[in-house]
Design a protein around this ligand. Structure first.
Ligand code: GLN
Length: 199
């Protein structure tokens, strides 16, 4: 069974732990470099990306995170987590850094303010059956992706889900819906990565 961490600096950590467990992974919070070293994959939750960025630097996690993502550790970022995985942010706040890993440019708060949060059905490439219920909370969208990144979903003409190799990102929050298909997709990515490593 794959062991998947949830970066537990700020944001909706608990909901991701529950969703990962429901998708048949062993899930644990990650706050320290030693904990990061022990997981097969990592989720970066929604929350506030500038806060997560600053805490990652403060906790000595930013460079270890970049190193593991560069090494190909599977990662999945939702909302603020998507921002953390972007190689470039269009409108970074001062002191805001990203881990990077996906060749994309992300626009923060692109869908509007907190009170303009909304839900919408989103069809995702690679997920069969009904569309996923997308919960968008002060959500970013992806302005553009590089050649290595694959667009998995759009909403209203804007890119809201992207995959590049072992990295996955969504603008929305599947961990809040009780539908665990996106987490199951990520758990499958982690399983495939572990199988490839043991060849
Ligand atoms: N707007 C937030 C940010 O910039 C993200 C919101 C969320 O994760 N729900 O980090």
């Amino acid at each position: 069974t794959p062991v998947i961490g949830v970066l537990a600096l700020q944001g909706d950590v608990r909901e991701h732990l529950v969703a990962l467990a429901a998708a048949d992974a062993v899930a644990r919070p990650v706050r320290r470099p030693e904990e990061l070293a022990e997981v097969d994959g990592l989720v970066i939750p929604g929350g506030e990306s500038t806060t997560i960025s600053k805490l990652a630097v403060l906790f000595g996690l930013m460079e270890p995170l970049r190193a593991r993502v560069r090494d190909g550790m599977p990662v999945y970022g939702t909302c603020a987590g998507m921002i953390m995985l972007a190689d470039k942010i269009l409108d970074p706040r001062s002191g805001q850094e990203t881990i990077g890993g996906i060749d994309m440019i992300v626009r923060r708060n692109a869908f509007g303010r907190q009170n303009e949060s909304f839900e919408a059905a989103v069809g995702i490439r690679g997920i069969d059956g009904d569309p996923v219920e997308g919960v968008f909370i002060r959500a970013p969208w992806v302005e553009s992706v590089g050649a290595a990144a694959e667009v998995l979903a759009e909403h209203d003409g804007h890119i809201v889900a992207v995959r590049q190799g072992t990295a996955l990102a969504t603008s929305f929050h599947p961990e809040l819906t009780g539908d665990h298909r996106v987490h199951a997709l990520f758990v499958d990515m982690v399983r495939a990565d572990r199988a490839a490593d043991s060849l």
